[in-house]
Design a protein around this ligand. Structure first.
Ligand SMILES: [Zn+2]
Length: 249
């Protein structure tokens, strides 16, 4: 491998390492974001539960009012019952009282059920709020660990950026431009090794897109220090990714 291809292999090696390291940095940040998201979801659940309790409370108060009205009605009927003049009147009023009493009993059951619901919801809300506190403590720990990690990885990224700048200078401008363009398109995977397919015909394929590569291209790489692009995906083909010769300065 000549100096041109060696310089490209070296640039590729650093580029790959840099992208991997940048990805590690993103992951270290994401751990914190994920934990923040978990807390946000719990907070939303707590607010929703609070709102639910409020609505149940309104419904409960409404039924309490109804119950009071019903009780007043029964009391009035009792007074009327005592002053009933005929048996018919008496029995009519008694029926009314019994109907109202049945209604009242139904209301009391409903009120009791609502109170039970409020109590259960309060328990759930308390649990959510306790979880929020626990997750907040965890967030503080996660953040601390992540920040230390991010600083370490950032130092690696800075070193690699520096190395890439230097490696990039070793590549002639034309090939450097090709590399940068392909790096954008293929997420940093610019150089690919040629793969020899097992089988009677021993054909060669591009290690990136797995389309056929002519023997002519393989021979060119063996004999010349030129950039050979894959005819299909356009990536730069190499016989292997280990530079055999240090690029000239
Ligand atoms: Zn290809």
């Amino acid at each position: 491998m000549g100096p041109l291809l060696s310089s490209l292999v070296q640039l590729q090696t650093i580029e790959s390492e840099l992208r991997k390291t940048q990805q590690r940095l993103r992951l270290a940040r994401q751990v914190v974001l994920h934990q923040e998201y978990q807390i946000k979801k719990l907070q939303e659940a707590s607010i929703a539960k609070k709102e639910e309790i409020k609505l149940t409370r309104v419904q409960h108060d409404k039924l309490e009012m109804e119950l009071k009205t019903r009780e007043e009605g029964i009391n009035k009927l009792r007074v009327a019952l005592n002053s009933a003049r005929t048996n018919k009147d008496y029995s009519t009023i008694l029926t009314q009282i019994n109907t109202k009493k049945a209604d009242k009993s139904k209301l009391e059951d409903q009120i009791l059920a609502l109170l039970g619901q409020i109590e259960a919801d309060r328990g759930i809300q308390k649990e959510i709020d306790e979880n929020i506190e626990k997750e907040r403590v965890r967030l503080a720990e996660i953040r601390k660990i992540s920040e230390t990690k991010q600083r370490e990885i950032q130092a690696d990224v800075d070193t690699l950026l520096d190395q890439r700048k230097q490696a990039s200078r070793q590549v002639p401008p034309k090939e450097r431009a090709i590399f940068e363009r392909l790096a954008d398109r293929y997420d940093g995977e610019v150089l690919v090794e040629i793969v020899q397919v097992s089988g009677p015909r021993r054909e060669h394929t591009c290690g990136g897109c797995y389309m056929g590569v002519t023997l002519e291209s393989v021979n060119a790489l063996m004999t010349r220090d030129d950039v050979v692009n894959c005819p299909n995906c356009g990536r730069i083909l190499v016989l292997d990714m280990k530079p055999k010769q240090q690029p000239t300065a």
